[in-house]
Design a binder for this molecule. Structure first.
Ligand code: KIV
Ligand code: NA
Length: 261
């Protein structure tokens, strides 16, 4: 059954929340089959799938396309859709764009930073909101850990608290010191989902391409559970060799069936 925002809040303190990003239908289908309760269609799609250098190149149309594909693959999983750079500049603009993501198949939207008025407005308009603090890729100059000085740590703690007070039901903590993530997790009553934020969060999120080893770079705090890029290379090599040597297709086996009965 599809989880709603209240279900995630209820998990806080009792059961860690696993979250993965997805951008395509077949990957979303497998993630749903694994019973991962929440999929994030992140604007990381711009970097890990589209070849852009920054998430700032992602548009609302790109997000609609990918959210639609993920929804068709994962009909019963809670889907969070990222509001891309520039689409949440004021409450009314954010509402129009959030509605587009919801119509494309999202159950909630995520936005970066302490954009308090925007969060309040979306929540008032019945759009569930996930916050995001710590490293904010849409506006950061680099991808270094943030929150190391005590002033920065205080600022991030305050941001997390104001995101909760504005009505968000969950917050992503990206690339901050583990101790700070633990303190924020304790201070909030909504679940924290960490990425590069250590073990003391209420849940963890990984970018699926990083977890799959599908790419040419991944951050040190991610984990590779497979090396799919190597598999693609192997398949492409074998296929081209077999075509060149006329081993594929074979004239002995004529396949007429389908693996989708
Ligand atoms: O876009 C994304 O995938 C994200 C995660 C890194 C949290 O925002
Ligand atoms: Na994002």
């Amino acid at each position: 059954m599809k989880m709603n925002p209240q279900d995630f809040v209820a998990m806080k303190g009792s059961k860690p929340i696993p979250m993965l990003t997805a951008y395509t239908c077949p990957v979303a289908r497998s993630i749903e089959e694994a019973k991962v309760p929440v999929i994030l269609v992140g604007d990381t799609v711009g970097m890990v799938e589209m070849g852009f250098d920054s998430t700032r190149d992602v548009t609302i149309e790109h997000m609609e396309y990918h959210i639609g594909a993920v929804r068709r693959g994962a009909k019963k999983t809670h889907i969070i859709g990222d509001l891309p750079y520039g689409t949440d500049i004021d409450p009314e603009t954010a509402f129009i764009n959030a509605q587009r993501l919801m119509q494309a198949g999202a159950d909630s939207v995520k936005l970066e930073g302490p954009n308090i008025e925007v969060i309040q407005h979306l929540v008032k308009c019945n759009i569930p909101v996930v916050g995001h603090t710590g490293l904010l890729p849409q506006t950061a100059k680099n991808f270094k850990q943030v929150g190391r000085s005590s002033e920065e740590a205080k600022r991030i703690m305050k941001e997390a608290q104001s995101i909760e007070n504005a009505g968000a039901f969950m917050v992503v903590l990206e690339h901050i010191p583990y101790s700070l993530a633990g303190e924020i997790t304790e201070a909030l009553s909504i679940p924290t989902i960490g990425i590069g934020a250590g073990p003391d969060c209420d849940g963890q999120v990984l970018v699926i391409n990083d977890a799959l080893g599908l790419g040419d770079y991944w951050p040190p705090f991610s984990k590779q559970y497979a090396y799919v890029s190597k598999t693609v290379l192997k398949v492409a090599n074998e296929f081209s060799e077999e075509v060149e040597s006329m081993k594929f297709p074979s004239n002995i086996i004529q396949f007429t069936g389908t693996n989708r009965s």
